[in-house]
Design a protein around this ligand. Sequence first.
Ligand code: ITT
Length: 205
Amino acid sequence: MRIIVATNNKGKAKEFKEVLSDISVEVLTLKDIGMVSDPEENGETFAENARIKAMDVYEKLKAAGEEKDTIVMADDSGLCIDFLGGEPGVKSARFMGHSTPYNEKNRAILDLLKGARDGDRGASFVCHVCTVLPDGRVIDAESEMRGSIAEEAKGGEGFGYDPIFYVPEYGKTGGELTPEEKNAVSHRGKVLRKVREFLCREMNL
Ligand code: ITT
């Protein structure tokens, strides 16, 4: 059995490998297997977009007769900011354009929240993981990490919006956390542990 993580995001791929490191199954990314998959994410929810990404890879494997002994997992995630009515949410990767560097995106968000006081800076990272089993069955799971938007960007760890997301458990931003600290409380860490538990029970991994 192998797990293929349907992502082109290096930061996500690293966290999948870390959190799933203790199961006896190889965890591979699209890059590892030389597959290109970048379907249009035109869903309105994290769940819909995660399914679009997972099914694109599953269908490609199936067309090649390679879906056996393979579990496909895709992650759709994003930052939902209370003060912005939940934005950028499902559009987090596309906010200000896909290729705009994150230091610019983070600065723009800090500017948008300039008038927001402490109690108005609440935010959540949400992660939906869609898992497709070799027989085509689909399992959905979602978790979130609650925190707030920091006053300034800090730290060079993690990726994306981590430097502006204040994690109350540690009193630091996501950008200041070690990978172990982040995975212990993060949206992705939590949802992957749920899926891991399911796979160990149902698939005897
Ligand atoms: P794939 O679709 O190939 O997986 P992507 O980066 O386009 O990669 P999404 O569409 O799910 O992924 O966009 C999620 C965005 O939300 C991501 O690009 C980050 O900017 C942000 N994000 C999600 N999880 C995050 C985390 O743990 N830390 C920081 N930013 C995160």
